[in-house]
Design a protein around this ligand. Structure first.
Ligand SMILES: Cc1cc2nc3c(=O)[nH]c(=O)nc-3n(C[C@H](O)[C@H](O)[C@H](O)COP(=O)(O)OP(=O)(O)OC[C@H]3O[C@@H](n4cnc5c(N)ncnc54)[C@H](O)[C@@H]3O)c2cc1C
Length: 384
């Protein structure tokens, strides 16, 4: 039987988070977004709501139960207030899922503070010569007594400026493609690490940057998972982050559309509210329709993950389509606001710039469409 409803617990959680997002995050969003300073005080509050440990072990402060749908609800609801901070549960989810393959020492060191919202960890896969083609990475890990020496450069890394450590993917010298790539957790205060800020058109508080590694020693205990299998472990987790990113972008769009609807009833031209013109009300209807469609693609991907059923294609659909739908809905909301939509004093233009990041981050639309089409073409079945 079909059932599109959330559980009572999910509804309750959604209500708590959307209230928190609109009361605590929304009022300062525009001002915060103009600064590169990471808002740790707010991250701590988000941590206190239990949102940063979804699916991570209770002994480290997590919720214990793996519930990808809950992660989607959190990402969507927090984005009503601040789409940048709404990415925190996704980032911690991705980082945490990988740290669980690490040693007890590493888990003890990093999981409690990231789940509490006291520290950030970055995920550093992309390099100047390899983004979409991630397995072409060149950073090397050379075995030495007691650990490894890492050399290379990572670029376009979110959270780099505020992170205390990063998950770094590096290959054994002489290996190619995904084989021979290991994942290491590297303290960014280590000797030989240099972090440089990169300024983007949005997402400033997320501290985008490059990380250069010049003979950085990483102890044995900081290998995450099996040696040479780091790439496969990372790829497995992108399926839930992609759907949650889609919902996060849609959360920002839903908020924008609500603001546009309210504004349309308050602003009058030629003697009547602009909401009475179909040129204004129909875009609201159209964007609400696209958002509704994209939301259920994302939630279905997360629901399938919860059921342990295949969801890679749906995750890729969520990742390429939802950010486009969100961007278009925010743009429509800006237009309804007239000149105010363009004003830096209003959050709309900021959301537009922040959401644009996800057209590229975590895999471009072209890469996602490649994944989807591969699956379609592999079916090779024709029923007449
Ligand atoms: C805001 C932001 C945050 C990011 N955060 C992180 C992070 O935290 N950690 C991290 O590791 N990386 C991060 N990235 C990097 C991101 O994952 C890469 O930028 C992305 O994977 C694309 O890689 P690229 O920039 O090298 O583009 P390229 O791979 O060089 O692609 C350039 C263009 O060619 C297209 N293209 C490439 N190959 C194909 C193909 N086979 N078929 C069709 N089209 C193709 C792409 O779609 C794109 O349009 C971030 C990027 C952004 C913008």
């Amino acid at each position: 039987m079909l059932d599109f409803s959330f559980s009572e617990d999910h509804e309750e959680f959604q209500k708590t988070l959307s209230t928190f997002a609109r009361r605590e995050l929304l009022p300062g969003y525009t001002a915060r977004s103009a600064s590169s300073e990471f808002p740790f005080a707010l991250l701590k509050k988000i941590g206190d709501l239990g949102v940063l440990g979804i699916g991570l072990p209770e002994r480290f402060g997590g919720t214990g139960e793996d519930d990808p749908v809950l992660l989607g609800i959190a990402s969507e609801a927090l984005a009503y207030g601040d789409v940048n901070l709404a990415s925190a549960p996704i980032q911690v989810g991705l980082v945490g899922a990988q740290l669980l393959h690490g040693t007890e020492e590493v888990q003890q060191r990093y999981l409690p503070p990231v789940i509490a919202g006291e520290e950030n960890l970055a995920i550093a896969l992309t390099e100047p010569e390899s983004g979409s083609d991630a397995s072409a990475l060149r950073t090397t890990a050379r075995r030495v007594a007691g650990g490894w020496l890492l050399n290379g450069e990572k670029t376009a890394i979110s959270w780099a400026m505020s992170a205390s450590a990063a998950l770094i993917y590096a290959r054994e010298e002489g290996t190619t493609r995904s084989s021979g790539v290991s994942c290491f957790v590297v303290d960014l205060a280590s000797e030989g690490v240099a972090v440089r800020h990169m300024i983007g058109m949005g997402c400033l508080p997320l501290g985008w940057g490059s990380i250069t590694l010049d003979g950085v020693f990483v102890p044995d205990s900081h290998l995450i998972g099996e040696e040479g299998r780091g790439f496969q472990v990372a790829m497995n987790h992108f399926d839930f982050s992609r759907a949650a990113i889609g919902l996060m972008c849609l959360g920002a769009a839903e908020q924008s559309l609500e603001e546009a609807a309210l504004y349309a009833t308050q602003r009058s031209t030629f003697g009547k509210p602009i909401s009475e013109y179909q040129g204004v009300s129909f875009p609201l209807a159209e964007q609400a329709t696209y958002i509704e469609g994209a939301r259920w693609v994302c939630y279905r991907a997360l629901w399938l993950r919860q059921q342990d059923r295949p969801h890679t294609s749906l995750a890729s659909m969520s990742k390429w389509w939802a950010p486009v739908v969100a961007k278009d809905a925010i743009e429509a909301s800006m237009k309804i606001h007239g000149n105010l939509g363009y004003s830096a004093e209003f959050p709309l233009q900021q959301r537009f710039r922040d959401v644009m990041a996800y057209l590229v981050a975590d895999g471009t639309a072209e890469i996602q469409k490649g994944i989807i089409s591969k699956e379609i073409l592999a079916r090779k079945t024709v029923s007449l």
